[in-house]
Design a protein around this ligand. Sequence first.
Ligand code: FDA
Length: 279
Amino acid sequence: MQILLRFARQWVAGVGSEEAIGRSVEANSRGIGAIINYLGEHHTRREDVEISAGEYASLLERIADQNMDSCISVKLSQLGLTISEDYCREVIGELLDRCRRVGVFLWLDMEDARYTNATLDVYRDCLAKYPETGVALQANLKRTERDLRSLISTGGIIRLCKGAYREDGSISYRRKRDVDESYRRLMRILFGDGNRFALATHDEGLIREGLSLQERYERKLEFQMLLGVRDPLKEELRSMNRRVLEYIPYGPSWLPYFSRRLRERPRNVVTMLRSLLGQ
Ligand code: FDA
């Protein structure tokens, strides 16, 4: 596991919050904002939910104390959604109060399609209580255009990503070119009708299209990318005075996140095997 973790550190800050804070401070020193995520999902025991909520509470204190350019991003299934929606609302409600007190933005990650309805319902409540909250929407889901239009009309703040989960073909686009086309279409809707949103992708073609749309539409836009991916592109966007944020995950449950990153790019598996075999 230690050897795997060494390789995973390209995408994961480490196991403890100190490492996440360190990577965030380092990103800030390059003019890049941080989005910190404590890894974990599908918690079925309240003890685990409380550990995650406690971890975020102490992160918020650190972000405020150190005056960092950082927000947090949470998964609702790590904050009680797998146990019950009511319990999750309680937990996220307390976290929102803390965010409001210290003035830190809160993002809700979007998980697999079993959680989409509940995540959007909880998000709408969060937004009503604290406007500095946003939610991720996934371009690979066929329903997303409807969700996006509905959220835009109620002032939702959207992070548009392609979608990290393989879903059934009846509800999702599965071919890369269909997902890319969907992303492009949704991005245009965001520029046309949205006000404040984030493009979360490393796809250079889509990013360049976003840049040119930004020339036409003045929108509050940020570019979000993952830790360890496409650093030169982040730098280039920074040098063009664009707002760039880096998603910085950490925590003992780093394995599922790491596997998703490997699945997205099989070439990384080869690199990993080579490095494990010492070649
Ligand atoms: P795509 O996979 O087509 O990659 C485009 C290019 O980027 C590749 O050609 C490659 O060069 C580079 N690249 C991509 N992944 C790489 C990797 N792992 N290693 C090295 N290079 C890589 N998903 C989700 O379902 N819910 C969520 O809440 C979020 N949240 C989120 C936040 C942020 C800030 C980001 C950037 C992404 C997410 N995602 C997500 C993940 C997202 O849905 C998607 O799975 C990945 O970003 C990969 O898709 P791309 O848009 O980068 O395109």
